[in-house]
Design a protein around this ligand. Structure first.
Ligand code: AMP
Length: 396
């Protein structure tokens, strides 16, 4: 397998699949995190004397090309992050112009092609579409972790056209190393904290993690399905009766495997789903009608904290309360702070999966943990034990 650190880029056109699916508002990039993340990979290729063809998608175009989802809009932001380095625009990724500009590309130049998803062939993983994209470059770098769980033309199929010239970029390398460190080679005790809304969307993750962790903390909306399955009263909390058997199976399996399953024993409840709801703490097994569990209670927070502080490896996915409401964010804040303390004491901590990242950012603690993953769905699938197509295509 090739590595970006040792590959000879001089005189070569590197096709780089990046994740420039950035949020936009009226033609302006509102958060350039994903663009910033890819800069080290771009700079490396340029520093070694190569040129770059950038491939990305943006949003979910329904009827072909549109200005609203054109990547042309993000060129100023890419240039700004590259200290003013010019970025050429090749237009439609299947056009004659794109092919010609890629052919004429000189060392040190960067060419951006428009949104790959303007063509349905991209998401279908169409081989001819991938072949055409492949013809624009001499080597292929996948640096789009956010789409690594999809077998799309530009994320996986294209790699087959570069059997000896394919590699990960630094974003992909960083993500894979972080996850492998946690899932394949954890220092013990290893604690996973799983929160969020529903057990049904996390069950495969829970089952896979049970075989790896020493402690599994269950928080957030899922708590109440667990409590109700064990005969608890959960009032009007989020609850999935069709998952009771699943919850009981998880409890059983944890016992069999010797995993310490930590469930929040109390919950801060609201009388409705709103930030200004009346608040009261109840036992998570005994919530009266008309009240819903929206955050972890004081005892639950203490229990979580104790386990987290004793851990050497920590994986956190999903807030333990409705953190979007400031008055129900205390549990998630406490978990973030416990993880930061454990990290200070030498633990390795990985935070990932959509909302936990928003959560750690909200509390301004993202730079105080070991690694914050950028890929929501991709990270979840990795945690389910699935080999991601984008990763397999490079390794294979
Ligand atoms: P997920 O996408 O499954 O990780 O879920 C994240 C969402 O779960 C966030 O929007 C939280 O507000 C929500 N959540 C966390 N705790 C609860 C709870 N007790 N009741 C309802 N929603 C919750």
């Amino acid at each position: 397998m090739q590595s970006i650190d040792t590959y000879a880029f001089k005189g070569k056109r590197a096709l780089i699949r990046v994740d420039f699916n950035v949020p936009m508002n009226e033609g302006q990039v509102t958060d350039d995190t994903r663009i910033r993340a890819a800069i080290p990979t771009l700079k490396k290729v340029l520093a070694e004397g190569g040129s770059i063809v950038l491939l990305s998608h943006m949003g979910r175009p329904k009827d072909g090309p549109s200005e609203k989802l054109s990547l042309k809009q993000i060129i100023p932001t890419i240039e700004k992050n590259l200290d003013g380095h010019k970025v050429l625009f090749g237009g439609d990724c299947m056009s004659e112009q794109a092919a010609e500009m890629a052919k004429q590309l000189k060392d040190g130049e960067i060419l951006l092609l428009d949104n790959l998803r303007f063509y349905k062939e991209e998401e279908k993983g169409d081989e001819e579409f991938a072949r055409k994209l492949a013809s624009y470059g001499d080597c292929y770098i996948n640096d789009a972790f956010g789409t690594a769980h999809r077998r799309h033309a530009s994320t996986a199929v294209i790699a087959d056209f570069f059997p000896n010239d394919k590699m990960f970029g630094y974003v992909m390398e960083g993500e894979i190393n972080a996850i492998d460190k946690v899932l394949k080679n954890p220092q013990r005790p290893f604690t996973a904290i799983l929160g969020g809304s529903k057990i049904s969307s996390k069950i495969t993750v829970i089952e896979n993690l049970l075989t790896k962790v020493d402690n599994l903390i269950i928080g957030g909306g899922m708590t109440f399905t667990f409590m109700a399955a064990q005969g608890g009263k959960v009032g009007s909390s989020l609850c999935e009766p069709d998952q009771f058997n699943t919850a009981l199976r998880v409890i059983e399996r944890a016992k069999e495997l010797g995993v310490n399953l930590v469930q929040g024993v109390d919950a801060i409840c609201g009388d409705r789903f709103a930030n200004d709801a009346d608040q009261k703490t109840f036992s998570a097994m005994d919530i009266p009608e008309g009240w819903m569990g929206l955050d972890a209670g004081q005892q639950a927070i203490k229990d979580f904290d104790k386990v987290i502080l004793e851990s050497k490896t920590i994986l956190w996915n999903g807030p333990v309360g409705v953190f979007e409401f400031d008055r129900f964010a205390e549990g998630s804040r406490a978990v973030s702070e416990s993880i930061v303390k454990a990290t200070d004491k030498g633990a390795y901590s990985l935070i990932g999966g959509g909302d936990s990242v928003a959560c750690i950012n909200k509390f301004g603690l993202a730079d105080k943990v070991s690694y914050v993953s950028t890929g929501g769905g991709a990270l979840l699938e990795y945690m389910e034990g699935v080999e991601l197509p984008g990763v397999a295509a490079i390794r294979g």
